[in-house]
Design a protein around this ligand. Structure first.
Ligand SMILES: Cc1ncc(COP(=O)(O)O)c(C=O)c1O
Length: 495
């Protein structure tokens, strides 16, 4: 008979402060001992009465533990009593499952590798960093009308019948799609019916879906260079060949040779406000891009991420509505206009593919967030969305002005400020003796989070600068923040 008192830590088993019931801990300890071979196949466990006595615990606890082990096949009842069963693989001990009193002696079997495609992905940004001054892409979170949102969310939950708790339509809730269609038609010149609107978990989700649904593995995706890393990652993860396309002051500028030699299947672009450089693609360039994409059999993914916040006049209409039946998928997000944690965005796809895409989406996605979608539809339909945008536009313009003024007062190095026509960030170029990665690292040490411009490229970028988000910093703090940034970079240079 195996002496289990040597294997089991009596004191820890009997400890009163445990939240896990004793019979469960006993079961877990015995299970691990079976799995890691300390209790070999065929060894007989003591009678429950004996073990209960030896451990000083209630007999019922031992009986329950034995019954559970037997039910799961770790032990078997036989004529000799309870005997450890023969298991095929005893090394399957996950140390995370261990309870106090046992440390696994078994060597961990190496896990299979990650896919080659994602081995290079390595995002180290933390949520704390996202909240630091100058982090691009974060809206003014403290200005969001929380009370209205909470009210609408509560109302949405009150109306939820049990059937709404099941899997929801892959295209999104109809009332939200209708609200989005009405909004983008009026505000962005998008030409669409509700059937063309697909709700997603934000633009990152839209990009991943497009990369899978509109291109085949190995086909080329053209990405703006410098450009949005999320687009590159979505395409690479889908097995597409990413081709960096240079920019000029009018946005994406592919050469005729690039069209000939490396024709794309997908073209990712941010024509309303190039991310991050900030150029606005003029009409002629938009029309030419559509025409060339049509000739090449390519899809254009128009990422309209922050065009709600136009600071120098009315926004240019979206590319999507420019040419009937253009191969353009319009991507919108509520991350900037509402808040990033909402995780709601949308795509507007051409009418003649929406049916086919709907079928594929049924297999590809499982959609939920019913209450959030319902609340967002109400937020738009009751006018809160437009009201919020109307309030945020001048606020962001004011914050941008404060940043420009602070830079002109305190920035000691030569530099050009780019891209203020729209959105939530500016780009500040740096002189060659200040490397943008070093500057961003020095800033980070002082609790500031500008992003180095070179991080938006895939190597070989001619740009050296900082991307400065201004939306989440009150105007009256901007001066102090810029002085802090200058001090951090100066200290970094002296090192
Ligand atoms: C260029 C660009 N597109 C889209 C997004 C928004 O993505 P999501 O909707 O996934 O939050 C961002 C956010 O930073 C962005 O910078």
């Amino acid at each position: 008979m195996t002496d289990l008192t040597l294997l089991l830590d009596r004191r820890s088993l009997r400890a009163k402060r445990h939240t896990v019931p004793l019979q469960r801990r006993l079961y877990e300890l015995l299970r691990l001992a079976v799995l890691d071979g300390r209790l070999p196949a065929g060894s007989a466990l003591p009678a429950s009465r004996v073990l209960a006595h030896d451990l000083g615990v209630a007999r019922n606890s031992v009986i329950h533990a034995y019954e559970q082990l037997a039910a799961e096949g770790y032990v078997q009842a036989s004529r000799q009593g309870t005997v450890v069963a023969a298991l095929r693989d005893r090394r399957a001990v996950a140390s995370g499952h261990a309870v106090s009193g046992v440390s696994s002696a078994a060597a961990a079997t190496p896990l299979p590798a990650l896919s080659n495609r994602v081995q290079a992905f390595n995002r180290r940004r933390t949520v704390e960093q996202d909240l630091l001054p100058f982090m691009p892409g974060i809206p003014a979170l403290d200005e969001f009308p929380m009370r209205t949102w909470r009210r609408l969310l509560n109302a949405a939950w009150r109306e939820q019948s049990p059937s709404l708790l099941s899997y929801r339509p892959a295209m999104g809730e109809l009332e939200l799609r209708q609200a989005i269609a009405t909004y983008v038609r009026a505000a962005r010149g998008v030409v669409c019916t509700v059937d063309q609107v697909i709700v997603t978990d934000g633009t990152q989700d839209s990009l991943s879906l497009c990369a899978v649904a509109l291109a085949d593995v190995g086909q080329r995706a053209w990405i703006e260079h410098p450009g949005y890393g999320g687009a590159r990652v979505a395409c690479q993860a889908a097995g597409l060949k990413v081709v960096p396309v240079p920019m000029d002051e009018q946005g994406l500028a592919p050469s005729p040779m690039l069209w000939r030699r490396q024709p794309p299947r997908l073209i990712y672009t941010t024509p309303s406000h190039q991310y991050p450089l900030g150029s606005v693609m003029p009409l002629a360039r938009r029309l030419a891009l559509i025409e060339q994409a049509q000739a090449a059999g390519a899809w254009i993914l128009e990422d309209d991420y922050d065009s709600e916040f136009r600071h120098d006049g009315p926004p240019l209409a979206a590319m999507q509505g420019l040419v009937p039946q253009a191969p353009v998928v319009y991507l919108g997000t509520f991350s900037k206009s509402m808040f990033p944690a909402l995780r709601l965005g949308f795509m507007v796809v051409p009418a003649n593919v929406s049916d086919r895409l709907q079928g594929a989406l049924g297999d590809l996605v499982r959609r939920g967030l019913t209450a959030e979608q319902t609340a967002l539809a109400a937020f738009i339909n009751e006018g809160h969305f437009t009201k919020h945008l109307r309030k945020m536009r001048p606020l962001y313009a004011q914050r941008q002005t404060a940043l420009r003024e602070a830079l002109s007062r305190h920035w000691p190095w030569p530099g050009e400020v780019l891209g203020g026509a729209c959105g939530l960030h500016l780009v500040l170029t740096l002189p060659p003796h200040i490397h943008d990665v070093d500057a961003a690292e020095a800033a980070m040490k002082k609790g500031l989070s500008p992003r180095p411009l070179s991080a938006y490229g895939m190597g070989g970028l001619p740009h050296n600068g900082l991307v400065l988000g201004y939306a989440n910093t009150p105007a009256e703090q901007m001066d102090a923040r810029v002085r802090q940034l200058v001090r951090a970079i100066t200290a970094g240079l002296a090192r």
